[in-house]
Design a protein around this ligand. Structure first.
Ligand code: FAD
Ligand code: NAI
Length: 328
């Protein structure tokens, strides 16, 4: 009996997991590789001594009909839940309520619960950074930074941010152009645990003035622990000007900015941690969908091919998987 085609996917963020789910349903033999310790990529949750913090994706929305239908299935499975924060906005007029009727979703009980569920039992080579792609007799081998060679695979999908995709693709002379032309903006995220509750009437704020972009209360999200934990995210512009600051400096400046937004002295901190995202979001939108060199068995996807949101990453992964299936 013929073996089903084997596919290697480099990157186990939303785009790689989206492609993996579709290919697995079709009976293909899928293996994932990721340089991190687990799956999820920028849809990340950090477990700390003070509880869990969503340090990347804060929530997601669904506008595309296929994505909406998939999200409904995730809701039914309990992998995600609807989050209904009391929303405020901070701008030149100060802090004011800014509610709307947008459906916002979060992984349940943390963002990475969704990536775990999508990963299912797909083999994942974690802590494995792929640095070279080799084509040999119509098949691919992947070489990691330890010099270990993985494969052979019939097809590969590169599902990583453009700065990481470009060198892999440049070396094989295929599909590297869009990745070379796309730049990503950075971002700083800060996790804060307070000794006392913050006395504020909101769960999240869209900040439109100063270094902050976003403020969110962790415990307002479904399934989370009852903590006094908050996440702050900087604007891309502020992060670009403070890339080499120490985490301590970033925590100090963004906590100070929080006090200014709230117009009050903050309670003592019982926990603080900062994370720098070098490639947080594409600095312009594109609509490549996915990139394909079907004759080589090579496909590329990621949020940067569709627009830097979780939905875009899912859509791009689906498009890469469909392009691959069409050519089998
Ligand atoms: P990633 O999640 O980056 O996945 C790529 C994976 O590839 C990573 O796991 C990485 O470790 C791995 N990798 C890279 N290079 C290699 C290599 N050489 N070998 C092996 N593995 C490799 N979107 C929303 O919709 N709503 C939000 O509220 C939101 N907030 C955000 C907040 C922050 C701080 C950030 C950073 C992003 C946010 N986003 C948000 C964007 C969202 O997180 C992304 O659009 C989405 O997660 C991208 O998925 P991806 O699969 O394209 O890439
Ligand atoms: P969305 O529709 O909730 O928000 C889109 C944007 O509209 C917001 O950024 C905000 O500027 C504005 N907005 C929406 N509702 C608002 C309200 N009630 N009051 C005031 N402003 C409001 O969600 P969407 O389109 O799914 O975007 C996801 C979120 O992810 C956005 O907030 C975006 O900024 C954020 N994001 C953050 C990244 C980062 O690196 N920090 C990377 C990618 C996305």
């Amino acid at each position: 009996m013929n073996q089903p085609p084997s596919v290697a996917i480099i990157g186990a963020g939303m785009s790689g997991l989206s492609a993996a789910s579709l290919l697995r349903e079709t009976g293909l033999n899928v293996t994932l590789f990721d340089k991190s310790r687990g799956s999820g990529g920028r849809m990340s949750s950090k477990r700390t001594s003070a509880g869990t913090f969503d340090m990347g994706t804060q929530y997601f929305t669904a506008r595309d009909s296929a994505f909406s239908a998939t999200v409904d299935a995730w809701l039914a499975a309990g992998w995600v839940a609807v989050w209904q924060p009391r929303l405020f906005r901070y701008d030149e007029h100060g802090l004011h309520p800014s509610s709307d009727d947008q459906r916002r979703l979060v992984g349940n009980p943390r963002m990475t619960a969704l990536s775990r569920a999508l990963l299912a039992d797909t083999p994942l080579h974690s802590s494995t950074r792929i640095e070279q792609l080799q084509r040999d007799r119509q098949q691919w081998r992947l070489v990691d930074t330890e010099g270990e060679s993985h494969g052979p695979f019939d097809q590969i999908i590169v599902a990583v941010p453009p700065a990481q995709a470009a060198p892999l693709l440049r070396a094989i002379g295929s599909l590297s152009g869009p990745a070379e032309r796309t730049s990503m903006d950075p971002g700083w995220a800060v996790a804060l645990g307070f000794a006392q509750p913050l006395n504020v009437p909101f769960d999240a704020v869209f900040v439109r003035s100063g270094p902050l972009d976003w403020i969110a209360r962790e415990a307002s999200k479904p399934g989370r622990e009852a903590t006094q934990n908050w996440v702050l995210q900087s604007t891309p512009a502020w992060a670009a000007g403070h890339l080499d600051d120490s985490p301590e400096q970033v925590i100090q400046e963004l906590t100070q900015a929080l006090a200014e937004v709230l117009g009050q002295r903050l309670p003592d901190l019982s926990f603080q941690q900062a994370h720098r995202w070098l490639y947080a979001r594409p600095n312009e939108t594109s609509d490549w969908g996915a990139l394909a060199a079907p004759d080589q068995g090579l496909f590329v996807c990621g949020d940067w091919c569709v627009g830097g949101r979780l939905e875009g990453a899912w859509l791009s992964g689906q498009q890469a998987a469909k392009a691959l299936l069409e050519r089998l």
